[in-house]
Design a binder for this molecule. Sequence first.
Ligand code: ZN
Length: 222
Amino acid sequence: MKKRAVILLSGGLDSVTALAIAKSEGYDCYSISFDYGQRHKTELLAAEHLAHETGVVSHKVIQIDLRSIGGSALTDDIDVPETEQQGIPITYVPARNTIFLSIALGWAEVINAEAIFVGVNAVDYSGYPDCRPEFIDAFEKLANLATKSAVEGSAIYIRAPLMNLSKSEIVKQGTALGIDYSETISCYQADAQGRACGQCDSCRFRRQGFLDANLMDPTRYQ
Ligand code: ZN
Protein backbone atom coordinates (compact mmCIF):
# COMPACT_ATOMS: atom_id res chain seq x y z
CA MET A 1 0.00 0.00 0.00
CA LYS A 2 1.25 3.49 -0.81
CA LYS A 3 1.92 5.77 2.12
CA ARG A 4 -0.83 8.28 2.82
CA ALA A 5 -0.85 11.92 3.83
CA VAL A 6 -3.55 14.35 4.84
CA ILE A 7 -2.97 17.88 3.48
CA LEU A 8 -4.53 21.02 4.92
CA LEU A 9 -5.67 22.75 1.74
CA SER A 10 -6.96 26.30 1.94
CA GLY A 11 -6.85 27.04 -1.78
CA GLY A 12 -4.03 29.53 -1.29
CA LEU A 13 -0.56 29.51 -2.77
CA ASP A 14 1.23 27.89 0.18
CA SER A 15 -1.12 25.00 0.88
CA VAL A 16 -1.29 24.06 -2.81
CA THR A 17 2.51 23.98 -2.90
CA ALA A 18 2.53 21.75 0.19
CA LEU A 19 0.10 19.42 -1.60
CA ALA A 20 2.32 19.28 -4.71
CA ILE A 21 5.34 18.48 -2.52
CA ALA A 22 3.48 15.65 -0.75
CA LYS A 23 2.45 14.26 -4.12
CA SER A 24 6.03 14.50 -5.46
CA GLU A 25 7.22 12.49 -2.44
CA GLY A 26 4.96 9.64 -3.51
CA TYR A 27 2.13 10.06 -1.03
CA ASP A 28 -1.47 9.20 -1.75
CA CYS A 29 -2.97 12.57 -0.85
CA TYR A 30 -6.14 13.25 1.11
CA SER A 31 -6.93 16.97 1.20
CA ILE A 32 -9.05 18.74 3.77
CA SER A 33 -10.53 22.26 3.68
CA PHE A 34 -12.50 24.16 6.28
CA ASP A 35 -15.62 26.19 5.68
CA TYR A 36 -15.11 28.16 8.89
CA GLY A 37 -17.02 31.32 8.12
CA GLN A 38 -14.10 33.06 6.40
CA ARG A 39 -14.82 36.17 4.31
CA HIS A 40 -12.84 34.79 1.40
CA LYS A 41 -15.07 31.81 0.80
CA THR A 42 -14.11 31.57 -2.88
CA GLU A 43 -10.88 29.94 -1.68
CA LEU A 44 -12.95 26.82 -0.95
CA LEU A 45 -13.90 26.47 -4.62
CA ALA A 46 -10.26 26.99 -5.57
CA ALA A 47 -9.21 24.31 -3.08
CA GLU A 48 -11.66 21.79 -4.46
CA HIS A 49 -10.63 22.49 -8.04
CA LEU A 50 -6.90 22.29 -7.25
CA ALA A 51 -7.37 19.10 -5.23
CA HIS A 52 -8.91 17.37 -8.21
CA GLU A 53 -6.32 18.81 -10.66
CA THR A 54 -3.56 17.43 -8.46
CA GLY A 55 -5.19 14.04 -8.31
CA VAL A 56 -5.99 13.61 -4.64
CA VAL A 57 -7.61 10.36 -3.55
CA SER A 58 -10.26 12.26 -1.62
CA HIS A 59 -11.10 15.88 -0.80
CA LYS A 60 -13.11 16.75 2.27
CA VAL A 61 -14.71 20.04 3.33
CA ILE A 62 -15.41 20.36 7.05
CA GLN A 63 -17.96 22.87 8.30
CA ILE A 64 -16.90 24.59 11.49
CA ASP A 65 -18.31 28.00 12.22
CA LEU A 66 -15.54 30.07 13.80
CA ARG A 67 -17.71 33.20 13.43
CA SER A 68 -19.44 32.10 16.61
CA ILE A 69 -16.11 32.77 18.34
CA GLY A 70 -15.14 35.75 16.18
CA GLY A 71 -12.14 37.83 17.22
CA SER A 72 -10.56 38.08 13.77
CA ALA A 73 -10.92 40.31 10.74
CA LEU A 74 -11.54 37.11 8.77
CA THR A 75 -14.45 35.89 10.88
CA ASP A 76 -15.90 38.96 12.56
CA ASP A 77 -17.16 42.45 11.64
CA ILE A 78 -13.65 43.89 11.60
CA ASP A 79 -12.09 45.41 8.47
CA VAL A 80 -9.15 43.64 6.88
CA PRO A 81 -6.18 46.05 7.26
CA GLU A 82 -4.67 47.31 4.02
CA THR A 83 -1.45 48.65 5.50
CA GLU A 84 1.34 46.87 7.37
CA GLN A 85 0.46 46.26 11.05
CA GLN A 86 2.65 46.17 14.16
CA GLY A 87 2.68 42.89 16.08
CA ILE A 88 0.31 40.03 15.33
CA PRO A 89 -2.31 41.44 12.96
CA ILE A 90 -6.07 41.27 13.43
CA THR A 91 -6.28 38.77 10.54
CA TYR A 92 -5.00 36.17 13.01
CA VAL A 93 -7.83 33.69 13.60
CA PRO A 94 -7.84 32.48 17.23
CA ALA A 95 -6.35 28.98 17.50
CA ARG A 96 -7.11 28.25 13.84
CA ASN A 97 -4.23 25.92 13.05
CA THR A 98 -4.68 24.04 16.32
CA ILE A 99 -8.33 23.44 15.46
CA PHE A 100 -7.63 22.49 11.82
CA LEU A 101 -4.71 20.20 12.66
CA SER A 102 -6.78 18.48 15.33
CA ILE A 103 -9.48 17.58 12.83
CA ALA A 104 -6.88 16.58 10.22
CA LEU A 105 -5.28 14.37 12.88
CA GLY A 106 -8.57 12.58 13.43
CA TRP A 107 -8.91 11.87 9.71
CA ALA A 108 -5.25 10.83 9.47
CA GLU A 109 -5.82 8.27 12.21
CA VAL A 110 -8.91 6.87 10.49
CA ILE A 111 -7.17 6.38 7.14
CA ASN A 112 -3.80 5.32 8.62
CA ALA A 113 -1.95 8.30 7.19
CA GLU A 114 1.65 8.64 8.33
CA ALA A 115 1.88 12.39 7.77
CA ILE A 116 -0.10 15.62 7.81
CA PHE A 117 1.21 18.33 5.50
CA VAL A 118 0.58 21.96 6.33
CA GLY A 119 1.72 24.97 4.29
CA VAL A 120 2.77 27.19 7.18
CA ASN A 121 5.75 29.44 6.68
CA ALA A 122 7.77 31.48 9.15
CA VAL A 123 9.72 33.69 6.73
CA ASP A 124 7.36 35.86 4.63
CA TYR A 125 4.43 35.69 6.99
CA SER A 126 2.32 37.80 9.35
CA GLY A 127 3.79 36.54 12.63
CA TYR A 128 0.93 34.22 13.51
CA PRO A 129 2.04 32.11 16.51
CA ASP A 130 0.52 28.94 15.03
CA CYS A 131 2.77 29.16 11.97
CA ARG A 132 6.05 28.79 13.85
CA PRO A 133 8.32 25.71 13.97
CA GLU A 134 7.87 25.49 17.77
CA PHE A 135 4.14 25.12 17.28
CA ILE A 136 4.52 22.40 14.64
CA ASP A 137 6.99 20.46 16.81
CA ALA A 138 4.66 20.74 19.81
CA PHE A 139 1.65 19.59 17.80
CA GLU A 140 3.59 16.60 16.48
CA LYS A 141 4.38 15.58 20.06
CA LEU A 142 0.72 15.99 20.98
CA ALA A 143 -0.39 13.93 17.96
CA ASN A 144 1.84 11.07 19.02
CA LEU A 145 0.50 11.14 22.57
CA ALA A 146 -3.14 11.65 21.70
CA THR A 147 -3.93 8.92 19.19
CA LYS A 148 -4.56 5.20 19.48
CA SER A 149 -2.62 4.56 16.27
CA ALA A 150 0.50 6.29 17.58
CA VAL A 151 0.33 4.59 20.96
CA GLU A 152 0.08 1.26 19.11
CA GLY A 153 3.24 2.01 17.16
CA SER A 154 2.38 4.03 14.03
CA ALA A 155 4.05 7.42 14.46
CA ILE A 156 2.49 10.42 12.78
CA TYR A 157 4.58 13.23 11.35
CA ILE A 158 3.49 16.84 10.99
CA ARG A 159 5.27 18.09 7.88
CA ALA A 160 5.71 21.78 7.15
CA PRO A 161 7.90 21.74 4.04
CA LEU A 162 7.62 25.49 3.43
CA MET A 163 8.55 26.54 6.95
CA ASN A 164 11.95 28.01 6.15
CA LEU A 165 11.38 29.09 2.55
CA SER A 166 10.88 32.65 1.37
CA LYS A 167 7.77 33.36 -0.68
CA SER A 168 9.88 33.53 -3.83
CA GLU A 169 11.46 30.12 -3.08
CA ILE A 170 7.96 28.72 -2.55
CA VAL A 171 6.64 29.94 -5.90
CA LYS A 172 9.79 28.75 -7.69
CA GLN A 173 9.46 25.28 -6.20
CA GLY A 174 5.75 25.10 -6.94
CA THR A 175 6.21 26.31 -10.50
CA ALA A 176 8.82 23.59 -11.01
CA LEU A 177 6.24 21.07 -9.75
CA GLY A 178 3.76 22.31 -12.35
CA ILE A 179 1.36 24.34 -10.21
CA ASP A 180 -0.80 26.88 -12.04
CA TYR A 181 -0.90 29.63 -9.42
CA SER A 182 -3.57 31.58 -11.30
CA GLU A 183 -6.02 29.08 -9.80
CA THR A 184 -4.97 29.78 -6.20
CA ILE A 185 -6.57 32.41 -3.97
CA SER A 186 -4.50 33.97 -1.18
CA CYS A 187 -6.39 37.24 -0.64
CA TYR A 188 -8.18 37.71 2.69
CA GLN A 189 -11.00 39.56 1.00
CA ALA A 190 -11.22 38.09 -2.49
CA ASP A 191 -14.45 39.00 -4.28
CA ALA A 192 -17.13 36.55 -5.40
CA GLN A 193 -15.18 35.88 -8.62
CA GLY A 194 -12.05 35.08 -6.61
CA ARG A 195 -10.23 38.28 -7.60
CA ALA A 196 -7.65 39.58 -5.13
CA CYS A 197 -7.66 43.01 -3.46
CA GLY A 198 -3.91 43.55 -3.94
CA GLN A 199 -3.75 45.43 -0.59
CA CYS A 200 -3.98 42.98 2.31
CA ASP A 201 -0.96 41.32 3.98
CA SER A 202 -1.50 38.10 2.13
CA CYS A 203 -1.69 39.85 -1.26
CA ARG A 204 1.45 41.86 -0.50
CA PHE A 205 3.58 38.82 0.45
CA ARG A 206 2.33 36.97 -2.58
CA ARG A 207 2.97 39.78 -5.05
CA GLN A 208 6.49 40.31 -3.67
CA GLY A 209 7.16 36.56 -3.94
CA PHE A 210 6.50 36.50 -7.68
CA LEU A 211 8.51 39.69 -8.12
CA ASP A 212 11.53 38.33 -6.22
CA ALA A 213 11.32 35.04 -8.12
CA ASN A 214 11.25 36.87 -11.47
CA LEU A 215 8.05 35.08 -12.34
CA MET A 216 4.96 36.61 -13.89
CA ASP A 217 2.31 37.20 -11.21
CA PRO A 218 -0.74 35.30 -12.51
CA THR A 219 -3.04 36.57 -9.73
CA ARG A 220 -6.39 37.93 -10.90
CA TYR A 221 -6.78 41.34 -9.24
CA GLN A 222 -9.97 43.37 -8.76
ZN1 ZN B 1 -5.92 40.85 -0.60
